[in-house]
Design a binder for this molecule. Structure first.
Ligand code: PHB
Length: 362
């Protein structure tokens, strides 16, 4: 029987175990530049089979929260290089999550204070974190079709920067109602033309982004993250037919030879089966993809071990447990207790609640 602690090769990336550190936004990249404290944080967690970095914006327009890291300038590449070097020296593997927030942003975070861009001009009903604290997101401007090649080029450039920075690969963020999902879902995408309407049209931008990114990085070093049932509390943002939409998406990805698909099961950071939400058949989704299948959302030691032993998944990503336990792999193996999570230190700040969680002695 396969164990969570067994090695695995996903695409071209060889991992020491099947335990993945999930992408976790921590807002500690001062002015978008990764710091030495971030390097220490990631190095401490290098015993994960794979680290997926916090979401990192692919351009200035792709940023939606204060002090998230970028991956498009020479300064970003140089700073991330210190992080990848540290993780590799400690024996780990690390991919960077490529992110465009679309309409989940605020003008104060964007160049010259302009409006965020999206598939739609309808604002999201949510807040973001700016220099002035939590504020409602700004009304977006709907992208014209003729701007989309430029957007794809931003992903391509960021993917190239990621490889220059020494990453083992990239994960395209197509989850959590950010830009790519704003195009995918019929509850958000109100376009006509080649990028709106039918499922193939709504999935077109993602397809073009994946094409560009895999051309830069190689498909065998490219993963993708999806979240078919995530609403962040706005159930009206669910697609009208998630099973058909995400089934199509995965089917389109299947022949590309990707390193993995990473699926958030249920409500991100919340219940796996939210009350009143339609059920989603994740097993049916997996059947459409021949490569490595990475699952996430509230897995525990027991359910994570079961997921891999049963063959339901090839790998399991842990989020919050990795924040408070740099040596999570050892604790899972030894069935050791976890450190308590300091929820007041999640976003922003310094090493407190970030690099000061102790590892087990000995
Ligand atoms: C957040 O900053 O709250 C955040 C970022 C990326 C995600 C989800 C949430 O995918």
């Amino acid at each position: 029987m396969t164990s969570l602690f067994d090695p695995i090769k996903i695409g071209d990336i060889s991992l020491a175990n099947r335990i993945v550190m999930a992408p976790l936004t921590r807002n500690r990249a001062v002015g978008g530049i990764p710091t030495a404290t971030m390097a220490e944080h990631y190095r401490q967690r290098a015993s994960a089979g794979l680290i997926v970095t916090e979401a990192s914006h692919v351009s200035a327009m792709a940023q939606g929260y204060l002090d998230t890291p970028g991956i498009f300038l020479a300064e970003h590449v140089e700073a991330w290089r210190r992080i990848t070097d540290g993780v590799h020296a400690a024996g780990g593997k690390i991919v960077i999550q490529l992110w465009h927030v679309g309409r989940i942003s605020h003008s104060s975070l964007l160049p010259n204070g302009i409006a965020p861009v999206s598939a739609t001009s309808t604002p999201a009903k949510t807040m973001t974190f700016t220099r002035d604290g939590f504020v409602p997101v700004s009304p977006p401007r709907a992208l014209r079709d003729d701007e989309l090649p430029g957007l794809v080029a931003e992903y391509r450039h960021a993917a190239r920067c990621a490889m220059q920075a020494g990453f083992d690969g990239v994960e395209v963020h197509s989850a959590n109602t950010y830009l790519l999902e704003q195009f995918l879902r019929d509850s958000i995408n109100d376009r006509s033309g080649p990028y709106g309407g039918s499922i193939p049209n709504r999935a077109r931008l993602l397809q073009e982004v994946m094409q560009a990114v895999t051309e830069e990085v190689g498909a065998a070093r490219t993963g993708i993250r999806i979240s078919p049932m995530t609403t962040f509390g706005n159930s009206s943002e669910l697609d009208s037919n998630p099973q058909a939409l995400y089934g199509y998406v995965v089917e389109q990805l299947a022949p590309m030879g990707l390193a993995y698909v990473h699926v958030i099961e249920g409500e991100t950071g919340g219940p796996r089966q939210p009350e009143g939400a339609p059920e989603f058949d994740y097993a049916a989704l997996r059947k459409r993809f021949p490569g490595a299948w990475l699952v996430n959302n509230s897995y525990t030691r027991i359910t994570g071990m079961e997921a891999v032993a049963s063959g339901k998944a090839d790998l399991v990503a842990f989020g919050r447990p990795f924040i408070s336990n740099p040596d999570l792999v050892r604790r899972l193996k030894d069935n050791a207790p976890f450190n308590e999570l300091r929820t007041d230190k999640l976003y922003g700040g310094d090493g407190e609640g970030y690099t000061d969680y102790p590892a087990l002695a000995g």
